[in-house]
Ligand binder design. Structure first.
Ligand code: FAD
Ligand code: NAD
Length: 465
């Protein structure tokens, strides 16, 4: 049994821990799938490359109101798909090659296979050929991520379905796509495929799409989605079957039984941590009821020398959070006596659908539930100069602030480039800048989109300073 100073399980955010400061640490890296993990191979990066393409394909439908008549004369799916993966696959392969063979990694051994704890600080790796190798380590970094949840819908397994892991590599575009789910993945793929000419049916169990968002935002998004897709709210999928005409979803709705026939089916009902594959309990590491590895603010598990990060342990399931936590773990491995804590105070997120949505901090409902006093400032894109230029009639920003201190409690944007427009608010919250100082204490480039934020701040009912 080979012993290591450090064992890293998972090559998503876990892979970025190693640098020259670890050159004299005998290190094992264990990976069961494609090097580089979810974000690079099947997550953030390919989806956003498809989203940008979808934005281009969707533009001609909106351009005539600007006096420009455009038409989409063709969508070459193989070229769209191959551009994305022609760029990404070599990066993943290059990353694997670097860890396996580059002189920088003379101290690193890569194990291909699934790691599972078999005793305290002992991991058994089962390779693709079924062979097992047990290794031990002084320290472990558990960065094994998450995977799509497959709900127990009768007929689903027999019928065949896609998840975000496979749907981007389709051989050809279907005529009709059914999507079960109403969160991030559903919203982004509905935009991608619908913009490329696919008829999309979104099947949501609840009465609102993206209901983790502020309700005003989710409500506006749901109305807009209803204009673009066949949205079935309050529909529970109770069975799936395949026939010559396609895949039939049987659904229970408040009106009774309903059916829809599609050509491909995407299941997007959330992701579960991969802790079940790892069996951390065997080394004394605790897992909560949601399957997340339990860590403290220093990303330490209860077992000395074992850290966890990213989707495996975090409620956020976002790459910028996993990256942040991997930097914290890196520091704490190198300086265990002076550990730093992760900062989860203001974690932003963005849904890259149509329109985009970005948010940080409290929603209005959370503020109410927590008894937090707040004032709200709103601004429509239609009321700022660049919004006029874009003919935007549906987008808006909403900012919540503390009425006494003016500190920003939460901010939510729906509309063009929401993910970029929100960033100055994240900065203000992170550095304790109050809303009035933020609005008045700097120039805002005129007439750029961030004027949306400037005006929402000015619309807050706060005492003048
Ligand atoms: C479709 C999609 C789009 C997304 N878009 C965004 C976005 O735009 N912005 C954003 O912030 N986030 C996005 N995310 C979320 C983001 O991808 C994840 O939060 C992030 O990649 C998690 O990183 P990680 O390092 O924790 O896990 P991962 O990157 O998943 O890495 C875990 C690795 O561990 C390996 N592994 C698992 N179990 C074992 C085991 N037992 N033994 C060995 N290896 C194992 C896996 O094969 C994997 O390679 C998206 C996710 C999806 C699915
Ligand atoms: N832009 C981004 O940052 C981005 C993009 C994609 C994914 N992600 C990450 O990946 C995670 C997973 O995304 P996701 O969209 O799969 O999950 P999600 O948690 O965002 O949404 C899942 C939705 O499915 C619903 N649902 C659950 N079980 C269901 C069932 N049996 N039938 C019908 N609906 C059901 C839930 O109510 C929820 O609305 C996200 O939470 C997010 O953290 C991020």
């Amino acid at each position: 049994m080979t012993h290591y100073d450090l064992v890293i399980v998972g090559t998503g955010s876990g892979n970025s821990i190693l640098d020259q400061r670890f050159a004299d640490w005998k290190t094992a890296v264990v990976e069961r799938g494609t090097f580089g993990g979810t974000c690079l191979n099947v997550g953030c990066i390919p989806t956003k490359m498809f989203v940008h393409t979808a934005d281009l394909a969707a533009t001609p439908a909106k351009s005539s109101r600007f006096g420009v008549d455009e038409r989409v004369t063709g969508v070459r799916w193989p070229d769209i798909r191959d551009r994305v993966f022609g760029r990404i696959d070599p990066i993943a392969a290059g990353g694997a090659e670097y860890r396996r063979h580059h002189a920088d990694n003379a101290n690193v051994t890569v194990y291909d296979g699934t790691g599972r704890f078999t005793a305290a600080k002992e991991l058994t790796v089962t390779g693709p050929d079924g062979q097992t190798r047990a290794i031990t380590g002084d320290r472990f970094v558990l960065a094994a991520g998450s995977r799509p949840i497959v709900p127990p819908i009768p007929g689903l397994a027999e019928t065949g379905f896609h998840t975000s892991d496979t749907v981007m590599r389709l051989d050809r575009l279907p005529r009709r796509l059914g999507i079960i789910g109403s969160g991030f993945v559903a919203a982004e793929f509905a935009h991608i495929f619908s913009s490329l000419g696919v008829e999309v049916t979104l099947v949501a169990r609840s009465g609102l799409l993206l209901r983790h968002e502020d309700t005003e935002i989710a409500t506006r998004y749901t109305e807009l989605a209803d204009d673009r897709y066949d949205v079935r709210l309050n529909h529970e999928t109770i069975g799936v079957t395949r026939s010559d005409t396609g895949i039939t979803l049987r659904m229970l709705s408040p009106e009774g039984l309903a059916e829809v026939v599609v050509d491909e089916l995407l299941v997007a009902v959330g992701r579960q941590p991969n802790s079940d594959l790892l069996d951390p309990a065997r080394t004394g590491v605790e897992v909560d009821e949601a399957g997340r590895v339990v860590v403290d603010e220093f990303q330490r598990t209860a077992v000395d020398g074992i850290y966890a990060l990213g989707d495996l342990s975090s409620p956020y399931q976002l790459k910028h959070v996993a990256n942040h936590e991997s930097r914290v773990v890196q520091h704490n491995l190198l300086h265990p006596d002076e550990p730093i804590a992760s900062d989860h105070r203001y974690v932003p997120s963005a849904v890259f659908g149509a329109p985009q949505i970005a948010s940080v901090g409290l929603t209005e409902e959370e503020a109410k539930d927590q008894g937090v006093r707040y004032v709200v400032g709103r601004q429509e894109y239609a009321g700022i100069a660049y919004g006029w230029a874009m003919e935007d009639t549906t987008g808006f920003a909403k900012i919540l602030a503390d009425p006494d201190t003016g500190l920003i409690l939460g901010a939510h944007v729906l509309g063009p480039q929401a993910s970029s427009v929100l960033q100055p608010v994240i900065q203000a919250m992170s550095f304790g800048l109050d809303a009035s100082t933020m609005a008045r204490g700097q120039y805002w480039i005129h007439p750029a989109l961030p004027e949306l934020i400037e005006n929402a701040l000015l619309n807050l009912d706060l005492p003048k300073r």
